[in-house]
Design a protein around this ligand. Sequence first.
Ligand SMILES: *Cc1c(COP(=O)(O)O)cnc(C)c1O
Length: 455
Amino acid sequence: MSEKIPYKIYLSESELPKEWYNVRADMKNKPAPLLNPATGKPCTAEELSHVFCDELVKQELDDKNAYITIPDEIRDFYKMYRPAPLVRAYCLEKKLGTPAKIYYKFEGNNTSGSHKLNSAIAQAYYAKKQGLRGVTTETGAGQWGTALSMACSYFDLDCQVYMVKVSYEQKPFRREVIRTYGAKITPSPSDTTEVGRKILAEFPGTGGSLGCAISEAVEAATKQDGYRYVLGSVLNQVLLHQTVIGLETMTAMDKYGIKPDVIIGCAGGGSNLGGLISPFMGRKLRGEADYEFIAVEPASCPSLTRGKYLYDFCDTGHVCPLSKMYTLGSEFMPSPNHAGGLRYHGMSSVLSQLYDDKLMEARSVEQTAVFAAAQQFARVEGILPAPESSHAIKVAIDEALKCKESGEEKTILFGLTGTGYFDMYAYKAFNDGTMSDYIPTDDEIAASLAKTPKF
Ligand SMILES: *Cc1c(COP(=O)(O)O)cnc(C)c1O
C-alpha cells in the first residue's frame, strides 16, 4: 500500500454493520450452557425468560446462526456515535521508537464514556419491543449504569440501577449523570430487597460488591410486573452486541489492506474483548487467517491467568444461573483496584472456552504499571484513557517494545474502551505516588475456589 494510512480511519454511516457476528457458530467446541442451580440441568428458554427479555434469551442460547440482523431502530441510535474511529498511534510509535505499527479502536466517544452503550441500546430496544415497563441492573464503577440510563431514556423505559455502595459514595458525579438521564439509583446493599436486607444483617456497614448488587437487581426484576433484568457484560448476548467494534475495525483495516498480527483487549467480563476479536477469531476458526489474541486482566483479579475453568455462580446471592467459566470463585473479594470494570470474579463463557482451547492468551498486569502506561499514552496521543482500557495499552506498549528489540515490524491492534474522566481519584493516587499493587496469594484464591459448587 503506497497511500499513507491516515491518523484516523473513519467509516461512513452506510458502512455501519447491518448484522452482529456470533462467533459461537464457528466454534468447534461450543461454550458450556448455563445451568439451573436447582436442577443442575441446562437452563431452558422458558426459565430464562422470567429474568431476561425473550429476544435476548434467544440470542443467549443461539450457537448456530453466525449473523444476526441489527434492527434499524438500534442502528439509528448507533449512528449518533458510530462508526467509531480506528486510530493509527503514530505519535506513540514515534515516542517508543518502535518499528511496530500500532492501531486502536476508540470507544470513548459518547457520553457514557465507554463501549457499554453498544449493548445497552440493544437491550433497552428489545425490552421496549416486548412491551415491558422497565429494566433493573447493577453498576459497579458506573459506566454500565450510565449507558443503560441513556438507552432507557431514549426508548422511554423505566430504569432502576443498583450501584455498589462504595462507588455510589466515591463517584457522586457518575451518580448525577445517571439521574440526569432519569434512572432511579439505589446504593447496594439496600433494604429494598430481601437479599439486600440479608446481606446488611450479616455484614453491617459493608461497602457492597458487584455480585451483591446483581442479586438485588435480579430480585427487583422478578418481583415487579413488567420488569426484566439486564446485564452489561459476561453474557453471550452482550458479547454479540459488542461485535460492532470488531466488525467496524475489520472493515476499516480491510479497506487499507492492514492485517493485525496481535490483537489486545482488557478483560473484565469479556464483552469488549470478545466483541473486538470475534470477527478475527471467526477467520482464524475457519482457517482463513491467523492472529495472536491477548486478554489483559488486573493482577488483583486474575480470572483467566490464575482462576479455574468450572461451573460457578455469577453473583454473591446465588440467584443467577450457573456458568462454566474461568473463575476465582463467586465469593472472591478483589482488593480495591481502580479499574472497577475489571473486578469481576468470572469471565464470559465464550472467551473461557476459546482460552481453554488455546486460541487466545491471557496476561495479568499490575495497577501502577497500568497507570504509567496510561500516562505515557495520554501525553502523546491526547486521550485520557479509562483505567480499564489502560490494561490493554500497557500490553500493547510491551509488545511494541519487544518489536523494538527484535526489529520486527508487527501490526498491533488494541481496544481503547473508554475515557477516564470519572477516575481522577485513581489518577490522583498515581500522581501522588500513593497507589499500591495488591496481588492475591495462592491461598486466598484456593480458599475462594473451594466454595464453588460441585457439578
Ligand atoms: C466495563 C468496562 C470494561 C470491562 O468490561 P468488559 O465486559 O470486559 O468489556 C472495560 N473498559 C471500560 C471502559 C469499561 O467501562
